[in-house]
Design a protein. Structure first.
Lengths: 376, 376
């Protein structure tokens, strides 16, 4: 944590606004309970009706505004913090936020925030504490600290992949015709825990069968598995705070010929996306490589989403594998490759792996077979 | 859902701002993926880097801005919606938000939001779509729709309590001295799923032992259970979208006399809090009744949090059992009663039940014994 905090301080020293002020630059970064806060500080808080905000500056120790009853969480940290605890009565919170922000002399300055995580709840308290401050988007700065994973982070992600794969193997043998998507999802969740996932999973498993498999973001339903179904399972584990996110598609009994065909196309698209991943290559090229395979096979309109997203402490983070993303891949960047073909009202296929960029190319963390296996 | 939507429309008709405008009133409510959105529409979306916003007005069908790849979720709903899907490229999102907001003629109007749920991500898109609009806090309005549970909601909460109690009973028999808090929490999570909880639990179980039990919001650690520990387990289940949230405290082997004493005090405080709950009584009285027992026993400084919080579709919602809360209890309001005594550096006790206000008094949904049971 101390290294990560030092990196943020160093970045803020570079970005600091001179006294005369300018329209760019940042004097601080303010975070609410979020993956970035955990990344920087190791701290976890529930995202509740009680606002928690940590403010990072170039030179002072982090300032944390938090409920008094959470104070035990910030005692004994391996780095200095300055805490501003508030009591249970919400009427007193604003004054405590004002003290915190003013202790850092931030009114009128530029305080960077993460719009994807910060709620109006915390934002309004920050604003009340520094009515003349500006709150620009600091997502790119915070993301730049997180986007290249170190060896320890990659090792945790590898463990998260192995736990997920083991859990699915343990679940596949239990699948029976007539089992509902919800039952299968609950069993997979149990197996994820038994295999060593933390209870805070990146997401609840997606188990979608038959026509539901044509919906990329389906929630498990009461629908029962039937012969002839494609079965999409999109699942992941969390190990030591890092996540995995995989998808495999199965055949329930015999399925029609076109489903075999689209599965082969998606398998080829997945391989093409992984093969395109290498340092110095734009993220967009990974998307284009996978998409080209599906387009050439005539199913381009049925691949309705980007090819992948970054992965690490969060299930979705930078970098995004979107055709228009010109960001160049660098060693340590980790992301999913997950092309799909969805035939509305019929069935769908998705195959998803987790990849990390190395010095010379890319390593695939997941090694579970990608062929169309029959289950049930 | 249609009844709930109709209630919101009716409320908005009352609150509508006349053409000449005024500083109060509301023309619309805008919600991001949140428990309130699910309550009103039945819809669930991941809270991701792709903003989703639903806008409710007095007369038009709800307007939903969402990623094109989520469109299948809004097909076949039992009520009308107007959808504004956007493609994967974020550069195009702002234009789609502008169309959506302008289709309702909302620029310059007052659009209510929930600061506890809405992120700057969605807020900035709304603002870009309606630069002259104001975005007042509509939490009280939305909460007023949710705060009185109907019979069906209470039945779901009762099932969520029973599933949680069954899961804990199945776990208690597996507790052994030397088991870590994390192992115990994982086992309890498995039992919650086996007993019928949905995978989306209200929170990961808190399992805290020995000195950790003196931290009301401790996360399960690698600490192993030892004779002489108090063991606090705070857990809950989700059934049909409604949650339970319970706490019991156990003795690992023999514990010192003072721990028996504080357990008895907390048990009496829990009973006093539940007994004080009745229609027409202010929420503050529930807190005061529980707190008085602990204060009279000389441990007032060690009860560091409010006595409870509302519960329903969320683990924490209105009404809050805080001494200064003058809101009067009404039939259908549901909340926790969870006094505690925490001796820093030593051990802690908390006992939590789920209560719902009836026409004549209050019903306790949880009936698991509250005595200090020995485990291990």
């Amino acid at each position: 944590m101390t290294t990560r905090l030092a990196k943020l301080s160093a970045a803020l020293r570079t970005l600091r606004v001179e006294p005369q002020g300018e329209a760019s630059g940042l004097s601080a970064v303010a975070l609410n309970p979020s993956p970035s806060l955990t990344y920087l500080t190791g701290l976890r808080f529930h995202l509740s009706e009680r606002p928690v905000v940590a403010i990072f500056t170039a030179d002072a120790p982090p300032v944390i505004v938090l409920p008094a009853l959470e104070m035990l969480k910030v005692i004994g940290l391996p780095y200095q913090v300055q805490t501003f605890p508030y009591p249970e009565n919400p009427a007193e919170w604003e004054g405590v936020f004002r003290q915190a922000v003013q202790s850092l002399g931030l009114d009128g300055k530029r305080i960077g925030v993460e719009p994807r995580a910060l709620r109006l709840l915390e934002f309004h308290h920050l604003q009340a504490g520094a009515p003349e401050a500006k709150f620009p988007d600091a997502s790119a700065l915070v993301s730049s600290l997180r986007i290249r994973k170190d060896a320890e982070e990659i090792a945790a992600m590898r463990r998260a992949v192995h736990v997920a794969q083991k859990a699915l193997e343990n679940t596949l043998v239990l699948i029976k015709i007539g089992m509902s998507e919800k039952e299968l999802a609950a069993e997979l969740t149990v197996q994820l825990l038994r295999s060593g996932s933390q209870p805070e999973m990146p997401f609840s498993p997606i188990v979608s069968s038959g026509p539901n498999s044509a919906n990329p973001h389906a929630a498990p339903s009461e629908r029962k598995l039937q012969p002839g179904d494609l079965l999409v399972i999109d699942w992941g584990a969390t190990v030591d705070g890092y996540v995995s996110d995989l998808t495999r598609t199965f055949a329930v009994g015999e399925v029609e010929a076109e489903y075999h065909k689209i599965h082969q196309i998606v398998q080829a698209a997945n391989a093409a996306g992984r093969a395109a991943a290498s340092p110095g290559v734009p993220c967009g090229s990974v998307d284009k490589a996978a998409r080209a395979v599906i387009e050439q096979a005539g199913y381009g309109l049925h691949f309705t989403h980007r090819t992948g997203h970054g992965i690490g402490i969060e299930g979705h983070e930078e970098p995004y594998m979107r055709g228009d993303n010109e960001l160049l891949l660098e060693p340590g960047m980790a992301f999913t490759v997950e092309p799909g073909i969805y035939l509305p009202g019929r069935n769908g296929v998705r195959i998803e792996d987790n990849v990390v960029i190395t010095e010379k190319g890319a390593a695939c963390l997941s090694d579970m077979g990608r062929e169309l296996r029959a289950v049930g």
